[in-house]
Design a protein around this ligand. Sequence first.
Ligand SMILES: Nc1ncnc2c1ncn2[C@@H]1O[C@H](COP(=O)(O)OP(=O)(O)OP(=O)(O)O)[C@@H](O)[C@H]1O
Ligand SMILES: [Mg+2]
Length: 253
Amino acid sequence: MSIVVEHLTKRFGTPGKEPASQLAPVLEDVSLQVGANEVVTVIGPSGSGKSTLLNCIAGLEPYEGSIEVDGTPVRSPHPAVAVVFQSPHLLPWRTTLGNVEYGLEVGRRMAKGERRQAAEAAIEVVGLTGSSSLYPRQLSGGMQQRVNIARALAVQPEVLLMDEPFGALDAITKERLQEQLQGIVADRKLSVLFITHDISEAIYLGDRVVTLSARPGRISLTKVIDEPRPRSLSLKQSAGFQALYGELWKSLA
Ligand SMILES: Nc1ncnc2c1ncn2[C@@H]1O[C@H](COP(=O)(O)OP(=O)(O)OP(=O)(O)O)[C@@H](O)[C@H]1O
Ligand SMILES: [Mg+2]
């Protein structure tokens, strides 16, 4: 499935105040595409509208311009799109397994056994099998974020929208999940829009890296990462990688 964003502008209105069209935009004239089985990573300073972009694509915010998922204009959440939000928002009264199953209870009709199997498989992917019966308050921040990711994977989406999903993780867990995400994208032919603050994560994961300027967020640079997959983590040490890192760093500074 593909995502096509054309001339997206987003303004937040204040109810009862001047018309929204007169407010300064948060995002301005943003156009980008994510093809089938492609990962596009987005980096930009805090407040540049990255989460807003993701929320518009997820069908959670009205916008100006055009957004299509699988050729259909986005006006509400699309059933094949799963979102990993910046903060986990887990249900405190449900265990890890219960939280991951929750998305399957509300999203689609599935037999109980099948639901459990799908949830357990997703929990295994993020390395939390031993913590299935723990409640969110018993998990570290990084573990809660992994439950958040498992919840999105369990619904077997075709499009994944991820908002700094690995931001709260330690370096080792982060790299393990970066590697795993690559495998999942290849296996399931996912289209992924991945937001991050981490330049090297953006390069390692992206088929393309898009940088957003400070408010109003506009695309300031698009870089094609022409490296075959699967990519090994040692790629991060290569001279080509370091050169790209420098170029992206400069465009953000
Ligand atoms: N619901 C809202 N109402 C009004 N303004 C909003 C709303 N949501 C976001 N904004 C504003 O839009 C701008 C972009 O916010 P957004 O959360 O998209 O940034 P971001 O790039 O994701 O930042 P960060 O890297 O810190 O997560 C900010 O100035 C923010 O204050
Ligand atoms: Mg954000």
